[in-house]
Design a protein around this ligand. Sequence first.
Ligand SMILES: NC(=O)C1=CN([C@@H]2O[C@H](COP(=O)(O)OP(=O)(O)OC[C@H]3O[C@@H](n4cnc5c(N)ncnc54)[C@H](OP(=O)(O)O)[C@@H]3O)[C@@H](O)[C@H]2O)C=CC1
Ligand SMILES: CCCCC/C=C/C=O
Length: 356
Amino acid sequence: MLSGTDKNNGQNIEMIQRHSFPPSCSKMVTAKAWALKKHFDGLPKASDLELITTELPNLKDGQLLLESVFLSVDPYMRPYSQRDMKEGDIMVGTQVARIVESKNPAFTAGTFVVARGGWRTHFISDGKDLLLLPSGWPESLPKSVALGTVGMPGLTAYFGLLEICKIKPGETVLVNAAAGAVGSVVGQIAKIGGCKVVGSTGSDDKVAYLKSIGFDEAFNYKTVASLDEALRKASPDGYDCFFDNVGGEFSSVAIHQMKMFGRIVVCGAVSQYNNTVPQKGTFVQFPIVFKQLRMEGFIVTNWYNRQEEALKALLKWVVEGKLKFHEHITEGFENMPMAFIGLFKGENLGKAIVKV
Ligand SMILES: NC(=O)C1=CN([C@@H]2O[C@H](COP(=O)(O)OP(=O)(O)OC[C@H]3O[C@@H](n4cnc5c(N)ncnc54)[C@H](OP(=O)(O)O)[C@@H]3O)[C@@H](O)[C@H]2O)C=CC1
Ligand SMILES: CCCCC/C=C/C=O
């Protein structure tokens, strides 16, 4: 048996067994999975992860066998592994999977679902945590988009912007990591909502991409002489909303350019996830008090009671061409670690996906 526990909604997913099953089992399935071999220290390394090959047992009544088709790599996996995982655990994560075999009357083989199966090629589920793609999903739309713009990152943008920032037409919205999975949706929803949008990102190609999807202003934070000046130039009057994906130094500078009664949604802090020692930043109380700012953190899963409504809206915008998406696809399950590490080097434009 695996020595680690299963954090991937463990109640619903049968642990992969390390031992073989007797030859009498008719349908032995070989599954691969990535386990956390050693806790990350700074930037994750491929050698911190271990590829495990195992065989799955036959299905019991009520169970399904799933095969991952597309897997998601996301920045949250880095802080999550540190806080909530122990060495030996299978990496947490989400995939678009195809039902290979079903002994559960609620699901038929061949159906595609979004699952929280972790970094695995195959897994067994009782079906309780599987999500069908939203109805009306066009045949021409890649199913991987259910892991990005019409999935968790899209929901993050949707609820963060509409419910935490509560954008209003005519306002100016700032977003960093703007060419990524969440940021690119934030900017486009803000445009749909009648806002001016400023995006910060880490390469000139990404700047060009942001302009091509409708951002009013975009700059490369790695090459500007002064972040303070770049923010001021992009919006001399300041910012009503700041959707913060990056944290750290960027946030310390941007908070001073908020307008009176501005709102900051603290979505993530990707610049800080690989820190090995706690960092000190500037104190935030002065701008918060004197500009009467609201600064609020949130976790998207807290809004999942409304995910049906939001996925429907996101899919509609995609189909109408109002919400563009880009995917950074890495081929091969064995390359998952490199796809994950690439997030912290800015390698992805749009949603980082692994195609099995
Ligand atoms: N609160 C919530 O519920 C959720 C929060 N999040 C958070 O949203 C943020 C964006 O996630 P997501 O869109 O999936 O990821 P992205 O697709 O944006 O990928 C990460 C990007 O972050 C940028 N980045 C990486 N390292 C640094 C750094 N040191 N400094 C500045 N930028 C950096 C890179 O873009 P670049 O080239 O521009 O530097 C990279 O491409 C993350 O902080 C994530 O944790 C995501 C989902 C849910
Ligand atoms: C099911 C995925 C939940 C992601 C929450 C992310 C938090 C911060 O990055």
